[in-house]
Design a protein around this ligand. Sequence first.
Ligand code: PEP
Length: 248
Amino acid sequence: MIVGNWKCNMRLDTAFRLTDDICQRLGEVEGIDVVLCPPFVYLATVESVITMSNIRLGAQDVHWEDDVAATGEVGPRQLEELCDYVIIGHSERRHALGETDDAVNRKVKAALAANLQPIMCVGETLEEREAGQMETILVGQIHGGLDGVEIPDGFVIAYEPVWAIGTGRAATADDAEGAIAIVRREVSGMFGAAKAETARVLYGGSVTPDNIAQFLDRETIDGGLVGGASLKVDVFCGIVEEALRLRA
Ligand code: PEP
């Protein structure tokens, strides 16, 4: 699975053109879920372009309620009309906007109830890693985010070390694999080994066409969540094509 997170980038014309270019090159992709996550305001445009392709649509956040007085928010049933996926708990929301595990938990539950597939993000900061707290942070985020949730088969979690996001300093495959082992162990403890086996765990943080293979070569890493590199057609398609090559 390769997910492009456009964050707060693009204008209407560039969003349309990038989607169209990606569809021309990857529209018939098979064997890998390719998901584009544009800003809310471009979801409908992107959806209209990908409609005849195998590319899927995701949002970057969701509110936990529908039809309420929550100015500026977008509810799960509204998103469900357009999207298959939604990113929840991205570190930029956790750290810049104070999103808590409790909010992540409510969003995950609401998304699943609306038939959206959450892409739940977890990851430690550099200070936390250097203080030897990586495992504690991941365990807390997994339990906090998934408490009381019945996860479906194929549930998606993205391990994104905060220090690797947008820095050009990707984790090593060993670091990613070590953290992802903790994620899987906790999911297994909460939901059983069989369910954990079906979970899809992605790595995110400065992924490029040149480094994606080192992550996908590891059996426990099921894909990538891609930020900056998803904004350029050649770079994003290069990542997906590399993933396709490794699957072949
Ligand atoms: C992200 O936004 O989730 C991300 C991983 O960003 P980047 O690929 O730019 O590090």
